[in-house]
Design a protein around this ligand. Structure first.
Ligand code: ATP
Ligand code: MG
Length: 400
């Protein structure tokens, strides 16, 4: 008989496996980022797009450049051709013309959690693309990575193991007993103008244990700590996006308590939709239970977003139809369809919004942008509806 120990896998083998997988990650990162360089945003806009984004005519922009209210447009030193405007320059124009769509100080910032306890439904994908969609429009956005897997942190160009210190840079210090009074320490600017990030790394997972241990004697600290933290930074932003981990743990609960709006991504297939139904049930039961001890929370909107839908799969189409029938007013109209473009971009730690060059002219890319823009636009409207200062404009736009 074979010696069993030679065919079983022990800690040594697991260690070796983990080291080898770390090498794969390193190689992937080396491929994406040259060593010691920071991720940069390379998209630029011609004057026609700039005019559209700023909400003023090309002529007004040119006039402002001619009379020095705006800097001269940059030119390629070799060809002398205009190189196009960066997003930072577009925001500069918006500030000059007063066309930033920001909320008024009297409007409440939207704290939007993209939440589902099921893993892999597209939470982080929606958060990253939503942040960039809103930042392209000129909103001030903060992304809070509440997931120790840190996929959103990686997407924003940081290596969670190298660039993020668990004792200093993530939510973790704030979650600890006697931690800082405000979350400002964790906010950092990203390569996207208009997006700040609170990054994450594996160390954040310890907060789950510490919260769980503390829950019995001090439930209000655990449940409302994130909400208190968001309070300390929210005035700097129009929208704060929370990307939670895929589990019903303490951090997920505190995300549900910190948010004032929810989007629930749900792929229309049996298994994922089953989990989503379960999520809704558990979420409601848990929130009810918590409200008895910690007070209730209200959301400005709660919407289900069909994600990763494949029109060619009849089961997807059937389940989506059922979702529409069961939740007639809870489903978003927009659908984030399954798209190879999202996966391909993610393989290079990119979003679809930052792809440049010939890649943007493919049909797959254009279709994917259409899905993403539709999700972004619909969310933007839900957000603006929560801001009284936007109501008269929304009426003029025929939306309210
Ligand atoms: N619409 C889509 N089309 C194609 N691929 C997608 C789509 N949405 C997400 N993906 C891919 O599915 C995978 C999981 O997505 P994502 O990480 O956003 O899910 P998640 O819910 O945040 O997962 P987790 O629960 O692990 O945090 C990723 O590889 C992502 O690129
Ligand atoms: Mg995620």
């Amino acid at each position: 008989m074979d010696d069993l120990s030679s065919s079983t896998i022990g800690l040594d083998e697991l260690n070796a496996l983990s080291e080898r997988s770390a090498t794969v990650i390193e190689r992937l990162r080396d491929r994406v980022y040259a060593p010691n360089t920071e991720k940069r945003l390379e998209i630029s806009f011609n004057v026609r797009s700039a005019a559209e984004m700023v909400g003023r005519s090309e002529k007004l922009i040119r006039d402002a450049e001619a009379d020095g209210r705006l800097p001269e447009p940059s030119k390629d030193p070799v060809t002398g051709r205009r190189t196009g405007y960066s997003l930072a320059q577009i925001n500069n124009m918006r500030d000059l013309f007063g066309t930033r769509p920001a909320r008024a100080d009297t409007d409440e910032p939207v704290v939007l959690a993209v939440q589902n306890f099921k893993g892999g439904v597209g939470k982080s994908t929606v958060v990253c693309h939503m942040a960039q969609f809103l930042a392209l429009k000129g909103y001030r956005v903060c992304v809070v990575d509440c997931d120790s897997q840190a996929s959103t942190t990686s997407m924003f160009g940081l290596n969670p193991d190298v660039d993020v210190n668990e004792d200093e840079d993530t939510l973790y210090p704030f979650f600890r007993h006697g931690g800082p009074q405000s979350l400002h320490y964790a906010l950092r600017a990203t390569y996207w103008p208009g997006i700040a990030l609170i990054p994450s790394n594996l160390g954040l997972y310890d907060a789950e244990y510490e919260f769980a241990a503390r829950m019995v004697r001090d439930h209000s600290f655990v449940l409302d700590r994130l909400r208190e933290g968001i309070e300390t930074i929210k005035d700097n932003f129009d929208v704060i996006l929370l990307d939670p981990p895929p589990a019903l743990g303490m951090i997920s609960l505190s995300v549900l308590r910190a948010a004032n709006a929810l989007i629930i991504p749900a792929p229309p297939n049996n298994i994922d939709f089953g989990s989503t139904a379960h999520f809704l049930k558990m979420m409601t039961a848990t929130l009810n239970e918590i409200s008895e001890v910690g007070g209730s929370r209200e959301y400005s909107f709660v919407k289900i977003l069909a994600t990763k839908m494949n029109d060619n799969k009849s089961a997807h189409v059937a389940i989506k139809r059922m979702m529409d029938a069961v939740f007639p007013s809870d489903m978003m109209q927009a659908i984030l369809k399954d798209s190879a473009e999202i996966d391909n971009a993610a393989a290079n730690l990119k979003t679809v919004y930052e792809i440049t060059g010939p890649g943007t002219r493919t049909e797959t890319h254009k279709r994917c942008r259409t899905y993403l823009d539709a999700v972004g636009r619909e969310t933007e409207i839900m957000i603006r509806k929560t801001w009284p200062s936007h109501h008269s404009d929304l009426r003029k736009e025929g939306i309210l």
